[in-house]
Write a protein that binds this ligand. Structure first.
Ligand code: BG6
Length: 478
């Protein structure tokens, strides 16, 4: 059956400031988390799983690819023109908090930083592209991490409130769609990224993560309320990393385990941000893990009043759970746990490929919340080869995306209210989990390599023309 997408469907691509802008010390920008993360798969994966990272840079030992990114800071006009050529209706980008408040705790913003995003939004509108802005995408100002301990500290709520007030007032009339915290529920798996701290120890990890999450729930709700007041037409969403969780088999013990793991990971944050309440199932989890959340007076009311308008999420893989697992059964590259699924193939980085999982995700989210949904990340990280004639024949990427878009079409047919799709890394950029350029997602190739070489020149891959056709046919030509 041919898939059909609603009129006005928001087709586009997604990025994050720290992974593409570069210019890490230009325009008055302060350092942020991504600036101190070393490049290279081993280095970054080790950091993500370790405790006690000191957030210091050591250029004698490591490279720091986020410093240069793909230089979008200077090349945004050329890049936006290429997005427009593909017919993008929307472009997801983040604002780097430390461009606006270099340290994070100042009272006055940095005008140069604000002016940069004015230029970017104006350029997008010139091409009829609607910006979709993530307010916090793994780029907490470094000073807030070092001085305050990141989101463990309640004070970050006030600093965040100041930041969002400034950007809402400044970009009123230019930005309608906002997302608060990128992949907020990834926090317990990789607190370093979302919460801006490295757990003190394995024993305190969960307590620290859930406390940090509570602060983000309050901050997100404050942002939703402020956003609605300052920009009445705004639509503000949460952003989850969603992985439908399957039981390895029909053993009820495994099924129950999958249910528990799945709702903790996929639904806990969504329940708070969409329904405005901590779900009942979390009480037992907190009790069994000795977690006590320090709540301030009014926090729960704030959360209740600041529920989101829509739900956005990233989808890369599903998760398969089993109560007892041996180390051999654990899926390599599966950052959110689980065992290998014998029915699925994986990418070169071990991420299992499961388009049906996206249809399941959309149905599960819509059944639970009945709010509009947007898939704001999905894509295949792959090694690309430039042929002698300069062409890049990324049929594997086309196949991956086509299968996932078909699955979305099925979900629309199921009755899900899906309003947009922005594939991840529409232009090659620095990978978040591995700090590599070689893990490429783009429709647009960037001549830049892990050893730092490359001209940064842009070129169109085969998938560029394919996606252009997908958009112009509103998803019919896959
Ligand atoms: C998401 C993040 O988890 O996945 C992005 O929001 C990230 O920042 C994307 O880049 C893909 O992951 P990776 O590690 O391949 O870059």
């Amino acid at each position: 059956m041919a898939v059909k997408f609603p009129e006005g469907f928001l087709w586009g691509g997604a990025t994050a400031a720290n992974q593409l802008e570069g210019a890490y010390q230009e325009g008055g920008k302060g350092l942020n988390l991504a600036d101190v993360l070393p490049g290279g798969r081993e280095n970054r994966l080790k950091l993500l799983s370790d405790t006690g990272f000191d957030f210091e840079m050591d250029k004698s030992k490591y490279t720091y690819p986020n410093h240069e990114g793909i230089d979008f800071y200077h090349r945004y006009k050329e890049d936006i023109a290429l997005f427009a050529e593909m017919g993008f209706k929307t472009f997801r980008l983040s604002i780097a908090w430390s461009r606006i408040f270099p340290n994070g705790d100042e009272t006055e913003p940095n005008e140069e930083g604000l002016a940069f995003y004015d230029r970017v939004f104006d350029e997008l509108h010139k091409h009829g592209i609607e910006p979709l802005v993530t307010i916090a995408h793994y780029e907490t100002p470094l000073h807030l991490i070092k001085e305050y301990g990141g989101w463990k500290n309640h004070k970050l709520i006030k600093f965040f409130e100041r930041y969002v007030t400034v950007i809402f007032k400044r970009y009123k009339g230019k930005v309608k769609y906002w997302l608060t915290f990128n992949e907020i529920n990834g926090a317990t798996h990789f607190p370093l990224f979302g919460l801006g701290f490295s757990a003190t120890s394995e024993e305190t990890r969960l307590q620290e993560c859930f406390q940090g999450l509570h602060h983000q729930f309050v901050a997100s709700a404050i942002a939703v309320n402020l956003g609605h007041k300052i920009i009445p037409e705004s639509k503000i969403g949460c952003m989850l990393i969603y992985a439908p969780t399957y039981s390895y088999d029909c053993n009820p013990e495994n099924v129950m385990h999958a249910v528990e793991e799945g709702r903790l990971f996929n639904f806990f944050c969504g329940d708070v941000q969409v329904r405005g309440e901590y779900p009942t199932f979390i009480k037992r989890f907190f009790k069994e893990h000795d977690i006590e959340i320090d709540m301030h007076e009014g926090d729960l009311e704030t959360i209740k009043e600041g529920t989101v308008d829509f739900i956005s999420f990233s989808y890369y893989m599903s998760r398969t759970e089993k109560k007892e697992k041996t180390p051999e059964e654990i899926g390599e590259g599966n950052l959110i746990g689980g065992v290998k699924n014998p029915f699925l193939k994986a990418s070169d980085w071990g991420w299992e490929i499961d388009p049906t999982g996206l249809r399941i995700a959309l149905n599960e989210l819509y059944d639970r919340y009945q709010k509009p949904l947007m898939v704001v990340e999905n894509g295949l990280g792959a090694y690309d080869k430039v042929e002698e004639d300069g062409s890049i024949n990324d049929d594997y990427r086309i196949d991956y995306l086509s299968d996932h878009i078909k699955a979305m079409g099925e979900a629309v047919e199921d009755g899900v209210n899906l309003i947009g799709y922005t594939s991840w890394g529409c232009i090659d950029l620095v990978s978040a989990s591995t700090g590599e350029y070689s893990k490429r997602y783009g429709f647009i190739y960037v001549d830049k390599y892990d050893d730092g070489s490359g001209t940064l020149e842009r070129s169109r891959k085969k998938s560029f023309y394919w996606y252009k056709d997908v958009i112009s046919s509103n998803g019919e030509n896959l």
